[in-house]
Design a binder for this molecule. Sequence first.
Ligand code: G4P
Length: 526
Amino acid sequence: MVLSKEVKRRRTFAIISHPDAGKTTLTEKLLLYGGAIHVAGAVKSNKIKKGATSDFMEIERQRGISVATSVMGFEYKDIQVNILDTPGHEDFAEDTYRTLTAVDSVIIVVDCAKGVEKQTRKLMEVCRMRNTPVIVFVNKLDRDGKDPFDILDEIEEELGISVNPLSWPISMGPTFQGVYNMYEQKLNLFSADHKQTVEYESIEISDIDSELVDNNIGEYATALRTDLELVNGVYPKFEIEAYRLGLLAPVFFGSALNNFGVQELLNCFIDIAPHPTSTKTQTREVSPFEKDLTGFVFKIHANMDPNHRDRIAFLKICSGVFERNTPYLHVRSGKKIKFSSPTAFMADKKSIVDTAFPGDIVGLHDTGNFIIGDTITQGENLKFKGIPSFSPELFRYIENADPMKFKQLSKGIDQLMDEGVAQLFTSKSNGRKIIGTVGALQFDVIQYRLEHEYGALCKYENINLYKACWIESDNDKQLKDFRLRKHDNLAIDKKGREVFLADSPYALQMAQEKFTDIEFHFQSEN
Ligand code: G4P
């Protein structure tokens, strides 16, 4: 009974956006509502600031802070809300992709002037793969932006999802009046001076033709009525099922900086966002209501202190009740492990937890047992699906630059790869090691961390590659032929899977056209 109640009152989600759309600001305002922080600015420091790309100390500092803000939990109206932080910097997109495997829904922030941007499109692809329910928050209405109908069209087109506005802006920029909230049937009036407070005037209006509307927004009333008529004509009635299936995104308009529209967003979110749902394993689906504990590691964070090589593994609980000091099966190794000081995260505080429920994230101290994707159970031999490695886009050979430190280098590379910082491939033709990343910054981070945490020196050599794809085929003859012809472009990943390293889009296309029985995968599951 306790388990069922706890599952139903949990909402675990991530906020995603293109950098600068307002993710940090919105996160912060949500935390203010939840009472998890009391002053604005507390989350801001988590951001890797613009221009900090060559300042490794800054990155290290941020990495330290981001452990504390990895999960921000708070209670709101008896609902346990868990926000999973995702790095804003696009070079760390892979981290974000993995975090998205641990959430039950997302809120996407879109800047009303810039519309849908590149990073949002990419992140949405990951959501779509998993049918994650999304709510869109169109931000910065206090500034001039695109026409709301155009923004909605853009979201539908660019993000490939149907939309349904649940609030509607009344003008924008300097003449922004507020929003009409169709979900709650309220007119919320904007005035630009409540940056940190949570109060503003809100009038219940069930009939949009009421005089109250004219009395409050005067000349803007006619335009609002016309807009709403159009909205009702164009967009079907909001269907919660379509939202939960990831087919329909409710849209809210507001201004995170001015704390406007945030509470309505939160109120609607806790109403409609799904509680933890079933999670797929390689053999069956695990329901959160099952009494036996299961969970998977979606993120690993190394200790900042080079004298302590321990790490924190972030476990997403999928079913049952997690209890401190209870032996659990680490499925990959077959070992039983007890956790004496599992941590829960509440905004900027960490604390030891005795029990945790599905949807919660627990930080486990790790001395090197875990890799991303590991499953923990109460004894069942399960493996959760769906922690993807994406095909990297940048490649370099990595070489040892200090012959005396060979061991340190190989240990360091090994551990950094377990953390998911980048991917390692070994060329089949020359045995050289190749690092593949999604962002250029990772190369510098790896070099810096190898030196400072492992005392190893590495150097890079450029390699001209376009993409790495995992190959698979039932046609042995074709596979043999492929291996023979493409020998110089084949490599093995860390798990021993075969990878084709294409030099160019053309080479990839030719290979796909010629070897029709070979599947070229652009992501692999850990
Ligand atoms: P991010 O995490 O998505 O990268 O964005 P963040 O919240 O840091 O917001 C990016 C910039 O946009 C910040 O300004 C922030 O203050 C501003 N912003 C966020 N929401 C709104 C809004 O509703 N209206 C307006 N006008 N601005 C908004 P900055 O100058 O880059 O940083 P700061 O100096 O204000 O901290």
